[in-house]
Each structure stands twice: as structure tokens, then as C-alpha cells.
Design a protein around this ligand. Structure first.
Ligand code: ATP
Length: 309
């Protein structure tokens, strides 16, 4: 489908990357001009404001999200409603979805070079919390985690952004929080249904339900996932000791953990997760607090995406 001749609506999240997106905007604007990409900056203080501002624009007008995974996540309700195409310039802390596609923060040439290609269809995930009304769905692009990985995401808020004058990147901060999380490791009984059939029942410290391959600023938790295959990748760890989990994290960084005997992996169109005790949860890296369970289904080709590799 050809790219609209309307200007890109730029959603600049100045908070992303601890302020990096705001600081880099003048350089990015100059590059947009150099690439001959017309654009219109939307001044927004929150994801809700950004969705509201976008909703005033024609659906043919593409949006350029400037920030991290959370910035994109915040736009998904409007994008699903309008069918608007999305391009991304990663300037967040983790940038996991863009990073999976080979985009590096600050490499504006590469990010903007992709925007003149036709949009391609990417899958989305719809998530419903256990106990919520059946029509209360949230939309994700990258994926969610419950248990240890979400606890780390929650603990990241307490990790310093600078240490001895040096800026700590997303992966360094994630590792710091992970060491903290290991001290409070929780293992609970987990039931997982895939396409309405029982798949796993037993102890677990984490389950990840992924459309993309990585989270946490570079951990390849679902190395075989493909956000264009119409399937969800589920990866869970069963009863792992602290030392086993620490060693496993090294393998997750390289994406070589799926053969570990205490790691389970499968694919499905629909996933239901139930814990006997509420566990921490995150959606596309945004912490949601403790939840008892979730129902996830794939929305094949639900997003028109301009930044594919
Ligand atoms: N359009 C927006 N304008 C202002 N704030 C936003 C907007 N969208 C999201 N936010 C808020 O800004 C926070 C940070 O944004 P984002 O998650 O993109 O950056 P990050 O955390 O540095 O990167 P990453 O998610 O890749 O680790 C979000 O968690 C959300 O609360």
C-alpha cells in the first residue's frame, strides 16, 4: 500500500530514554527535513493525549512514534481504531521491538530510510485480565511477562539512571534489577492453556507471552518468535533455583535457553495463564502490578507498520 502524502504526525515522548528523546529532537527534526519527510509535531504530555490528538487527524496520515516501547504501546488503541500506519524512531531505554528489527537509537538515517517503503502487516496481541469484563481488552505489540521478569521491570524504577557520572543503559539497569529480583524470587503454581487446551500445570517463576523476540533491553526471551506469523510464542521457566535462574539469564541474552530442561516453549493463537497467587505483570514493559491471570489472543496483521527490516 503506498505511503500517504500527508505529513507524519510525530508523537515525541520527551520522557523516553530518561529525556533522550527530548534532547535528540532538534537533530531528528533536521534529519527529517534532510530526508524530505514532511512532519507535524504533536505536543503531548501523555499517551492518552497523544491518542486524542491523533484521533483529530485523518486516518491516512501516518504517525511517527519517537520514544521507546512504552510510547508505541500507548498509541496502539488509536492505531487499531483508525488503521493508521506506524513508523518508529527508537529513543527509549529498552527499544526492544525496534531493536529486534535492527534499529539502533540515534541512527536516524536507518530509521528514516525505512519510512518511504510500503507498510507491512504486523500482528498485535489482545490481552484481557482475569476477572475483567469480556469487552475490556488491551492491545500489545511486543509482549507481556508475569512473575520474575515483571518483578524486574517493577524494580527498575529504583535503579539509578547514572552511576559515578556514567549513564546506565536499559540492559545494565535491567541486570541490576534482576540481581535484586533474585533475592525475592517467587515460585507459584501456574496453569497455561493453549488454544483452550491444557498445556502446562506446575510450579513456575515466570511466563512470557510474546509477539516480538526480546524484552528487558536485549534479552532474547522468545528467539524464534515472528511478529508476522499469526502466532504467539509462550516461554516459561518451571521451578528454578536462584543460581539456575542466574545462569539461565546468560543463555536468555543469547537466546539459547529453549533447550534447557526446565524451560518450556510453545506457539498458539490463544493463551490463558492462571496463577494460584497474584504475580507481577508487565505489558510491553509497562508494569501493571500483581494479577491472577490473563487471556491473550493474536490479532493477525492488526498493525500497518512502516519500520520493518
Ligand atoms: N506520547 C507520550 N507522551 C508522554 N508520555 C508518554 C507518552 N507515551 C508514553 N508515555 C509515558 O512515558 C513513559 C516512558 O516512555 P517509554 O516507555 O517509551 O520510554 P522508556 O521507558 O525509556 O523506553 P522502553 O519502554 O523502550 O524501555 C511510558 O511508560 C509512559 O508512562
Amino acid at each position: 500500500m503506498p505511503l500517504s502524502s500527508l505529513p507524519f504526525a510525530v508523537v515525541l515522548n520527551t520522557q523516553a530514554g530518561s529525556g533522550l528523546a527530548g534532547r535528540e529532537w532538534p537533530r531528528l527534526k533536521a534529519e527529517l527535513d534532510q530526508h524530505g519527510l514532511p512532519h507535524q509535531l504533536l505536543q503531548t504530555g501523555s499517551a492518552q493525549e497523544a491518542c486524542w490528538a491523533l484521533a483529530q487527524l485523518p486516518p491516512e496520515q501516518p504517525v511517527l512514534a519517537v520514544g521507546g516501547d512504552g510510547t508505541v504501546y500507548g498509541l496502539l488503541p488509536e492505531l487499531r481504531h483508525s488503521g493508521r500506519a506506524l513508523g518508529v524512531v527508537p529513543l527509549g531505554s529498552g527499544n526492544d521491538f525496534a531493536g529486534m528489527l535492527g534499529l539502533k537509537p540515534g541512527d536516524f538515517g536507518a530509521a528514516l530510510g525505512r519510512l518511504s517503503r510500503p507498510a507491512t502487516a504486523f500482528d498485535l496481541l489482545e490481552v484481557q485480565l482475569e476477572g475483567e469484563a469480556p469487552d475490556e481488552w488491551m492491545t500489545l505489540l511486543n509482549g507481556l511477562g508475569m512473575g520474575f521478569d515483571a518483578q524486574i521491570t517493577a524494580l527498575m524504577n529504583d535503579v539509578p539512571k547514572r552511576l559515578l557520572g556514567v549513564h546506565l543503559g536499559g540492559l545494565a539497569r535491567y541486570l541490576w534489577a534482576a540481581l535484586d529480583g533474585l533475592r525475592h524470587l517467587e515460585t507459584e503454581h501456574l496453569e497455561v492453556l493453549l488454544d483452550d487446551q491444557p498445556w502446562y500445570s506446575g510450579p513456575s517463576c515466570l511466563v512470557a507471552v510474546m509477539n516480538g523476540r526480546r524484552y528487558g533491553g536485549g534479552f532474547l526471551i522468545a528467539p524464534q518468535a515472528n511478529p508476522q506469523d499469526g502466532l504467539i510464542d509462550v516461554v516459561l521457566g518451571s521451578e528454578l533455583s536462584r543460581s539456575a535462574l542466574l545462569l539461565l539469564m546468560g543463555r536468555v541474552l543469547r537466546g539459547t535457553h529453549l533447550t534447557h530442561p526446565l524451560v518450556h516453549h510453545a506457539r498458539a493463537r490463544k493463551v490463558s495463564v492462571y496463577w494460584t497467587r497474584p504475580m507481577y505483570a508487565h505489558l510491553d514493559g509497562d508494569v501493571l502490578g500483581r494479577q491472577e491471570g490473563m487471556h491473550i489472543q493474536v490479532v493477525p496483521g492488526g498493525l500497518k507498520f512502516l519500520s520493518s527490516s
